[in-house]
Write a protein that binds this ligand. Sequence first.
Ligand SMILES: Cc1ncc(COP(=O)(O)O)c(C=O)c1O
Length: 363
Amino acid sequence: MTVMPRPSILSVEPYVGGESKIPGVNRVVKLSSNEGAFGPPPGAITAIQNMAAEAHRYPDGGVTALREAIGTRFSLDLARIVCGNGSDELLALLILAYGGEGTELVMSAHGFMMYDITGRWAGCRIIKVPERNLTVDVDAMLAAVGPRTKLVCLANPNNPTGSILPQSEIVRLRAGLRDDILLVLDSAYAEYVTRPDYDAGAALVDAGGGNTVMTRTFSKIYGLGGMRLGWAYAPEAVVGVLARVRGPFNVNAAAMAAGIAAVQEPDWIEKSIAHNTEWRGKLAAALTTAGVKVWPSEGNFLLADFGSPEKAKSADAALKSRGLIMRAMGGYGLPACLRISIGTGEECQMVADAIAAFMAQHG
Ligand SMILES: Cc1ncc(COP(=O)(O)O)c(C=O)c1O
């Protein structure tokens, strides 16, 4: 006899993050975790340094100053903002609170992996719905919903596909779901979207059904992945649930200080969007010219399709030999693809050159 967790937990495949080191290579360019091209905002770096001497103090459990700053930045009611240790934590808390044994969680076939991982932890049956051209198919999602469905989780834009649903489709999805199903709109990449027909999720939360939540992160455009900071905008009742299940100090003091400074950093978002749009386009064009299929992306990354798992693997090895780390996609069921985060202009150029050289040899 030995100690055993709940059986569903052993069905979880542990999350494997992006690699960050290559043995024997000094200069490594890490484009495997969509971390933002510019590092942390300068004001956030200063804020983290300035709070270091206060590190013995417990942080404000109510996270008031940060929620105020987020509310001001995004014109949202701070009473409906809940912060977490990365949006991963908030997604997990939502899935654990609303899912559980005997329930179902519906997600798209290549939806963000954490829904599957936490859904299994919670004991939910995970239903993965086929996509159309790597884009969420609303009709198929609705058809997959059954009487036990309690959660529908959707990243918009989606990681790793980069695809997006316009607001009209999200509204149609919500309208087709029963009222007792929580729709989780994970908008980790919202800031990068340039399409005008997009809403990150606040509109549906505000529509008042009480059953839609938007999650956001500081790990992407704000360059603070290492601080672990995310937030949710949720209906009052869901805010109440999160208040019951979150740790009393789930957001640490350094993350809070950094987050406040980040949302107040002048021109940060504008500069980051302009850079991302420019280099996402340039890199996509360069890869296409080299003979690699690139899926359309609204995020800060591209999904590059090499046509076969073998070729993707060789491309990955060739890139690594030049110190360039991408994200292999076998774990997502896309073994012919590599996901490439948009880095600095120089980094994107290095990737473009390396892939062009690889394709010239192996095309
Ligand atoms: C779609 C999506 N949601 C959530 C997250 C988690 O972000 P965080 O760092 O806020 O936990 C990521 C990070 O890769 C993501 O791609």
